[in-house]
Write a protein that binds this ligand. Structure first.
Ligand SMILES: Nc1ncnc2c1ncn2[C@@H]1O[C@H](COP(=O)(O)OP(=O)(O)O)[C@@H](O)[C@H]1O
Ligand SMILES: [Mg+2]
Length: 185
């Protein structure tokens, strides 16, 4: 098996087998650190993916963002493994999409151009100390981020952090890595 594929399975197992109480505690700490940070405070428009049950919940981030009058954008997967983000103001603008991930309903929302998103919260299974990540293997974020100019951040439990990971020529590191212990960078 390819090395990345092995690591994907390790990361996925780690998340799926985490006790619910541990998961909630980590999510609480991630949110606390995030909301107190300048990365969050400086972002008026935030792009994020609706989490699957084993992933770090993003609805708490959406609620807080809306409370602080920030705009939220959510990606829709389109042809050629590309994504288009759309602004959402309500969960009514979402439906179950590819991979059972909630996606925006294009004709109920305004598209968000790449340069208007100040911060993208990039999902992943494992991360390393340089910000490289192992995702689900679709390369969606690697593609999207090639010409994205603003900030990226990933949320990770400390068990998702490795010293280093195999990196391909098209992999891009995130700018900030936040764990339950705080910002690694
Ligand atoms: N910018 C890009 N343009 C075209 N293909 C890409 C790009 N970034 C990644 N890919 C391709 O997407 C596939 C998945 O990428 P990989 O890094 O293995 O997955 P993930 O980042 O989801 O863990 C690979 O075949 C990779 O070559
Ligand atoms: Mg990649």
């Amino acid at each position: 098996m390819e090395e990345k594929e092995k690591l994907r399975q390790e990361g996925l197992r780690l998340l799926k087998e985490m006790p619910q109480t541990d998961k909630l505690q980590i999510e609480h700490r991630l949110a606390e650190h995030l909301f107190a940070s300048f990365v969050w405070k400086d972002a008026k428009s935030i792009g994020l993916t609706m989490a699957l049950p084993h992933e770090w919940d993003t609805t708490k981030l959406i609620q807080q963002a809306w409370l602080e009058k920030k705009r939220i954008c959510v990606p829709l997967t389109i042809e050629n493994r590309a994504m288009q983000f759309y602004h959402i103001e309500s969960y009514n603008q979402l439906t179950n999409g590819a991979f059972s991930i909630k996606e925006p309903i294009a004709d109920r929302c305004e598209p968000a151009s790449k340069d208007t998103i100040d911060l993208i919260i990039v999902p992943g299974l494992l991360f390393d100390m340089s910000g490289y990540r192992i995702g689900y293997g679709g390369g969606y974020y690697d593609r999207y981020l090639t010409d994205y100019q603003n900030k990226t951040l990933s949320l990770a439990g400390r068990q998702q952090i490795k010293q280093s990971l195999p990196v391909g020529p098209l992999d891009l590191p995130v700018d900030h890595l936040l764990t339950d212990d705080g910002f690694l960078f």
